[in-house]
Design a protein around this ligand. Structure first.
Ligand code: DGY
Length: 322
């Protein structure tokens, strides 16, 4: 009898076909995210689980799956999974880093460019029929990227790749990490290590590349916004909960900072009436950091490979915990 794999959402056809050859698969097709009680009952007798970053794979959910061998998430982030408990239960956890590094860094840099040059804002103005006079000396002026300081919190894979993009645009790069990176990496990226305090006070734009943990929850709040330059922008393509969104909205409204570029939110998806949509100097993307055709295909490949290895009792290619 084939083993059972539950998917909280469909993947590409090639991935589903591959899974079908080996396992009995069931794909959730209703409300997204799958209600927690349904998820628990669906994985009760499953050996494998494929999930997404919005699924909550907490202790109680893991406990409900007595036969579970592997959790394979279609994401680089794994803050939605109780890794400690999965490890205790000897359940493998696979995730998809590396393949999405370039795509996510590109999206981050596009938010930065958009904010500096007010592209989305201009688009909104035109669509509303409000572009009434041509080429005024101070119309819709943005700011140069060249010579500005980009602060990167978390110079890991994505942060480092973002630094490469910024270097090509002649930006100065400063970064803060829990652990300083090697001298070689600093040199090749032209990145200078600074304290967290220096990062927030010296940057013209700050990009966040840290996971959401107890320590980073609401790390960005009014206290931090007040220390940032009034002319600075905040960019977040990591996890929404790293920023206190209410404080961010107040900080932008009160001109404590100049604006923000966001791909992630405290609660997703956000609707058209969300207070962030009322702010002109904010660029909003619908959690698409890794969403290119090529990258999403590669993520599906890795997700299946990770699952297969875990089902065989082996370590996934990209594995966390056990
Ligand atoms: C992930 O994979 O965790 C990211 O949120 C993709 O953008």
């Amino acid at each position: 009898m084939k083993e059972r794999v539950f998917l909280t959402r469909a993947l590409h056809d090639f991935a589903l076909n591959e899974l079908k050859k080996r396992y009995r698969i069931e794909i959730h097709s209703g409300k997204i995210p799958i209600p927690q009680s349904k998820l628990r009952s669906k994985i009760r007798d499953a050996e494998g689980l494929i999930c997404f970053p919005y699924d909550k794979i907490d202790k109680r959910t893991i406990e409900s799956a007595e036969n579970l061998k592997v959790i394979s998430t279609y994401s680089v982030g794994f803050d939605h999974i109780d890794i400690k408990y999965a490890k205790k239960k000897k359940i493998r956890v696979g995730y998809t880093p590396e393949v999405l590094t370039d795509a996510t860094a590109d999206l981050t840099f596009s938010l930065l460019l958009d904010l500096f040059r007010r592209v989305s804002e201009g688009d909104r103005i035109i669509r509303k029929g409000e572009w009434s006079m041509v080429y005024g000396a101070s119309d819709y002026v943005g700011v140069d990227l060249q010579g500005k300081t980009l602060g990167i919190l978390g110079l890991g894979r994505i942060g480092g790749t973002l630094a490469k993009r910024a270097k090509a645009f002649d930006m100065k790069i400063i970064y803060h990490n829990r652990k300083r990176v090697s001298k070689n990496k600093e040199r090749s990226l032209n990145a200078k290590y600074v304290s967290f305090e220096e990062l927030i006070t010296q940057s013209d734009a700050i990009s966040i590349h840290v996971p959401h943990t107890k320590e980073t929850d609401h790390l960005w709040n009014m206290k931090i916004f007040r220390k940032m330059k009034k002319t600075s922008f905040l960019i977040n393509t990591s996890r929404g909960k790293v920023i206190n969104e209410r404080d961010l909205i107040t900080a932008i409204k009160k001109k404590v900072i100049s604006g923000a570029g966001l791909d992630v939110y405290e609660k997703e998806p956000i609707g058209k009436d969300h207070p962030l949509t009322q702010l002109q100097n904010v660029v909003l993307a619908p959690h698409i950091g890794s969403s290119t055709k090529e990258t999403r295909l590669k993520m599906a490949e890795i997700t299946v490979k990770n699952l297969n290895l875990g089902m065989e009792g082996k370590k996934p290619i990209y594995s966390v915990g056990y």
